[in-house]
Design a protein around this ligand. Structure first.
Ligand code: ZN
Ligand code: ZN
Ligand code: ZN
Ligand code: ZN
Length: 237
């Protein structure tokens, strides 16, 4: 996969771009004008700050979550934001996926973080997408905010067509495994070698800001705005 060097994030409150470094993120959280304005209006409620990171470092989210949030709810969140294609199985675990260290979905974050500072998640036991969830620090939830609220999300990686280098509209699921530039634009899709060879244009699926892009049946229509709107403090970024 084409990994971008910067992996920068975007603040969901003020749309500022923030480098993916703990000190840059912490600095922005302490001086974000939109968050400071909210802080003066309502008393804060302590919560966890989670760094959610896919195996491909290009994709990450910084999220505020209440201690009472159950893993089941985190599972729904991850499916809606990044993963859901055909209702595959998923699992949380203390160690890397498939190590027999499963954590029950009924557990809440408070009890998980009493045991560990980080844990894993896997979606789909076949063509799996693995995610690491790390306790980043303590956050403050405002009145009216969702118990799971996104603070920052990675800027969508650049996806240029492998043939003409213009912005691409799709990713080739075959090239994904063989090339660092698996993307194709609308114009080049028809004559793309894999599509011609297999006579199958379903090889190409839509571009998404998700670590599951190009995997299984994951496509741009799997990201349903009405299902994720509540997780963003303002507009979806
Ligand atoms: Zn901000
Ligand atoms: Zn699937
Ligand atoms: Zn092209
Ligand atoms: Zn291809």
């Amino acid at each position: 996969m084409a990994a971008k060097k910067s992996n920068a994030g975007i603040c969901t409150y003020c749309n500022a771009t923030v480098a993916k470094r703990s000190n840059s993120i912490e600095k922005h959280l302490s001086e974000c004008p939109e968050q400071l304005a909210l802080a003066s209006k309502s008393p804060p409620r302590k919560c966890f700050l989670l760094m959610i990171q896919s195996e491909n470092p290009a994709y990450w989210m910084l999220v505020k979550v209440t201690a009472e949030t159950k893993l089941k709810e985190l599972d729904s969140f991850l499916r809606a934001m990044w993963l859901e294609c055909c209702g595959h199985l998923s699992e949380f675990s203390y160690d890397e996926p498939f190590t027999d260290t499963t954590i029950e979905m009924t557990k809440n974050l408070k009890s998980v973080f009493a045991q560990t500072n980080e844990f894993w998640y896997v979606y789909d036991f076949g063509s799996s997408t693995n995610i690491l969830i790390r306790l980043f620090g303590q956050g403050e939830l405002r009145k009216g905010e969702n118990p799971i609220t996104i603070l920052m999300r990675n800027v969508a990686p650049e996806t240029l067509c492998q043939h003409c280098h213009k912005p691409a509209g799709g990713i080739c699921s075959k090239c994904q495994w063989e090339s660092d530039t698996p993307f194709v634009c609308e114009w080049c899709e028809e004559t793309h070698p894999c599509v011609e060879e297999e006579e199958d244009d379903s090889l190409v699926s839509g571009i998404t800001n998700s670590p599951r892009m190009g995997e299984c049946a994951y496509d741009d229509y799997c990201f349903i705005k009405s299902e994720v709107k509540g997780y963003f403090p303002k507009e979806i970024v």
